[in-house]
Design a binder for this molecule. Structure first.
Ligand code: ZN
Length: 261
């Protein structure tokens, strides 16, 4: 299994610079499974991020008895996709709720920040929204720093989650892309995907995409003409790549990712 990567213990400062702590000499364990937690909160910028991006991961967690909830900062009204006779934000919020049900997400909180302008909202303000819906979450799940697609809204949502997580000593796990996938997508589609080298990836998990595909279908306004997403899913196959952005309790078994139950 050449794609299996090593689990490292590390944390990131607000600037993104990594700091090694403890266990630095020990040989890291191989990690191919998602962490086992009782409750997780996915923090997203737009309706469809939870499905197009995090769908397979969230579905896998929900199937493994993790209570998954989602916070979405916008209604996605600024999308250039979707030709509807109703307000797009309204349509996309309905699509989000339908997709969440398919994925096994127990609750969806949607804020009304302006789509495309999250970067103009102070990260502190967004972090307070995260804190309001944290509940019993033991883990936050986000898009990687860099926003996967370089979308500033994605980057800001991740920063908000990180800010809230640090205040509450909660780990933050980011969905990411392998560098070669980003390179291939950018070459083919002229996109701005941000990928990670193998040394920056902490978990490579095999996933079942069936629920994700059903959730994607719920986002009819966005998935009908989206060749980039389909190409990405094709390149990823049955694997998802993740990295820890913040691990407050390094070495704790709970977050060191155990084998599948
Ligand atoms: Zn998005």
């Amino acid at each position: 299994m050449s794609r299996i990567t090593e689990q490292r213990t590390r944390q990131f400062e607000p600037t993104g610079a990594s700091l090694q702590r403890g266990r630095s000499k020990a040989k890291p364990a191989l990690v191919t499974t998602l962490p086992s937690v009782r409750a997780a909160l996915a923090v997203c910028a737009h309706p469809d991020d939870e499905s197009f991006g995090l769908g397979a991961i969230l579905a896998a967690l929900a199937e493994r008895t993790t209570a998954v909830r989602t916070l979405c900062f916008t209604h996605g009204e600024a999308s250039t996709l979707g030709n509807t006779c109703r307000p797009l934000g309204e349509v996309r919020t309905e699509e989000l709720r339908a997709a969440a049900e398919v994925l096994g997400i127990e609750d969806v909180a949607v804020c009304s920040y302006s789509d495309g302008h999250l970067g103009e909202v102070p990260v502190e303000t967004l972090a307070e929204m995260v804190e309001q819906v944290l509940g019993d979450a033991e883990l936050l799940i986000v898009f990687d720093q860099g926003g996967i697609t370089s979308h500033p809204d994605h980057c800001q949502a991740t920063q908000a989650a990180l800010t809230a997580a640090r205040r509450h000593d909660l780990p933050v796990l980011a969905w990411t892309l392998p560098e070669q996938v980003a390179v291939e997508l950018n070459a083919e589609h002229g996109t701005s995907f941000v990928g990670r080298s193998p040394s920056e990836v902490d978990i490579v998990a095999e996933v079942d995409r069936n629920r994700q595909l059903s959730a994607i279908a719920c986002h009819a306004s966005q998935s009908g003409d989206n060749p980039v997403m389909w190409h990405r899913l094709e390149l990823l196959g049955d694997k998802e790549y993740l990295r820890w952005l913040w691990l407050p309790w390094l070495g704790r078994e709970k977050y060191s990712t155990r084998s599948s139950p």
